[in-house]
Design a protein around this ligand. Structure first.
Ligand code: AMP
Ligand code: ZN
Length: 114
C-alpha cells in the first residue's frame, strides 16, 4: 500500500530500528515508547485492521506471536511478564492502519488499560 506508513518501513523508505525480521514479519522499536520495552511486530503483507483478517492470514498472526515470544526472551522480560496486544479501530486508539502487535514490558502494566 503506497500510503501506508508501515508498508514504507517494510520497503525501507522510512527508517526504523529493526529488532527482528523473518520471511513473514518485521519488528521495530515504537517511536513513542510507552514502557521500557515497546516493540511493534507487523506482518509483511498489508492488513489494515483485525476486522480485515481473512482465513489465509491465520498463519501470520501466529508468526507475530512467535516473534513476540522471541523478543520477550531476548529483552529479558519473558519471566517478569509483558503484554502483546493489537488495537482495532478508532475507539481502541488504532492510529496506523496496518495491523501491529504491541509488545510492552519492563514495568508493571495496569489492567484494564485506559
Ligand atoms: P496504534 O495506536 O495501536 O495504531 O499504534 C501505532 C503505534 O505506532 C504508536 O505506538 C506509535 O508511537 C507508533 N509509530 C508511529 N509512527 C511510527 C514510526 N515511524 N516508527 C515507529 N513507530 C511508530
Ligand atoms: Zn501497510
Amino acid at each position: 500500500m503506497s500510503d501506508c506508513l508501515f508498508c514504507h518501513i517494510i520497503a525501507g523508505d522510512i527508517p526504523a530500528t529493526i529488532v527482528y525480521e523473518d520471511e513473514f514479519v518485521l519488528a521495530f522499536r515504537d517511536i513513542n515508547p510507552q514502557a521500557p520495552v515497546h516493540h511493534l511486530i507487523i506482518p509483511r503483507n498489508h492488513i489494515a485492521t483485525i476486522n480485515d483478517l481473512a482465513p489465509e492470514n491465520a498463519a501470520v498472526i501466529g508468526k507475530m506471536y512467535l516473534a513476540a515470544k522471541h523478543l520477550a526472551a531476548e529483552e529479558g522480560i519473558a519471566e517478569s511478564g509483558y503484554r502483546a496486544v493489537m488495537n482495532c479501530g478508532q475507539a481502541a486508539g488504532q492510529t496506523v492502519f496496518h495491523i501491529h502487535l504491541h509488545l510492552l514490558g519492563g514495568r508493571s502494566l495496569q489492567w484494564p488499560p485506559g
